[in-house]
Design a protein around this ligand. Structure first.
Ligand code: NCD
Ligand code: ZN
Length: 351
């Protein structure tokens, strides 16, 4: 590294939504230009609940990639009340790398999610036995729980119990947003890790709400107060291998976000690594970016680190106002703002 460029092992995105059909075709090339691999979220409509659906979705993604791409999608099973231990075995036999717990109703396309985790215990037992990681959307959904408290309450009511009942189960606490979650992960065993999004590092709830509602910063779990943002930045730059990159880039058309009932989801696939570089540079921690972006996630999943590299250049550039998406547009996170690092090139190493 010098002051002007930074070369990193090619990063991976350990939490990504790419949708399907025409939406998939609009966005997948962007991630493939930045990331070696990505954990593909299974919250399609209908969701990816068995190995056959995961295989079909993987094939659809591979055929939507640019011709010379070496990008690898990592498939995930969507857990429902009816997922069986046998479904887990079949998924593993078909190279599905993880299973995702959405509490029913927590977020976009989570209606088929789990209503009571106790029903899933035989399935979690098998995941623990077979070493398949559980990916958790960590929010309770009860109406009386304030939206800003839902992650902290989930730790107290659900996660503590699961961790104590399944001490060997590998768990990724996805897109964490609070100091409570950072503390929980730090205090847990090495089986517990977490992903952190660029929006939760670069923004807090003031950025979303002061001076007018900014729908393109609205995602779930929702942005929290500044002290939580600070805890997330400290965790990301700490060099602690339990914290790694997961964008939660979640494409929704501009008109669906700029609406009386706007969808949850921030789109960052187009410039994900530049957004993380912005956050790390601001914290004076560019030397910690490679571990977070390119090493710790692969190590947690027991996958080899990528052999290709990317180079970032210190250069001011403006995030575009929009990109084409379906028959309209999509607005990227930090739209029209100036970022200080730009992806220069991808080295296409031999496979
Ligand atoms: C995600 C989506 O749109 O699929 N939205 C979001 O706000 N993060 C779903 C999710 O990961 O919660
Ligand atoms: Zn997500």
């Amino acid at each position: 590294m010098n002051n002007k460029t930074l070369t990193l092992i090619k990063p991976d995105d350990w939490h990504l939504h790419v949708r399907s059909g025409a939406a998939l075709k609009s966005v997948i090339g962007m991630t493939a230009a930045q990331m070696g691999r990505a954990i593909i979220m299974p919250n399609l409509n209908p969701p990816v609940t068995n190995a056959a659906q995961a295989n079909a979705y993987r094939e659809e993604i591979l055929s939507a990639l640019p011709k010379d791409s070496t990008f690898t999608p990592l498939m995930v099973l969507y857990l429902t009340d009816n997922t069986t231990p046998k479904d887990i075995q079949e998924a593993i036999d078909n190279n599905v790398v993880a299973a995702k717990l959405y509490p029913a109703g927590a977020t976009t396309n989570s209606d088929s999610g789990v209503t009571n985790i106790a029903k899933l215990y035989p399935t979690l037992e098998n995941m623990q036995k077979l070493g398949m990681p559980l990916l958790v959307h960590g929010e309770v959904t009860r109406n009386e729980v304030d939206i800003f408290d839902r992650e902290a309450v989930f730790i107290d009511e659900v996660l503590n119990q699961v961790v104590s009942d399944f001490p060997e189960l590998k768990i990724v606490f996805e897109h964490i947003t609070t100091k409570n979650a950072v503390d929980f992960v730090c205090e847990s065993s090495n089986n517990i890790a977490a992903t952190i999004t660029p929006q939760h590092l670069l923004n807090n709830r003031n950025d979303m709400l002061v001076g007018g509602i900014k729908p393109h910063t609205y995602c779930l779990p929702v942005l929290k107060r500044a002290e939580h943002q600070t805890a997330l930045i400290d965790a990301a730059i700490s060099g602690n291998a339990k914290f790694f990159l997961g964008t939660d880039s979640a494409p929704h058309a501009k008109h669906d976000k700029e609406s009386a009932c706007g969808c949850a989801g921030v789109f960052s696939a187009s410039h994900a690594i530049e957004l993380y570089a912005q956050a790390f540079d601001k914290a004076g921690a560019m030397d910690k970016l490679e571990g977070f972006a390119s090493k710790f996630g692969a190590d947690f999943y027991h996958l080899p680190r990528n052999t290709q590299t990317i180079t970032l250049k210190k250069q001011d550039w403006a995030v575009p106002a929009s990109y084409p998406f379906l028959d309209g547009n999509i607005v990227p996170f930090m739209t029209t703002k100036i970022l200080g690092w730009k992806l220069a090139h991808t080295q296409h190493g031999k496979e």
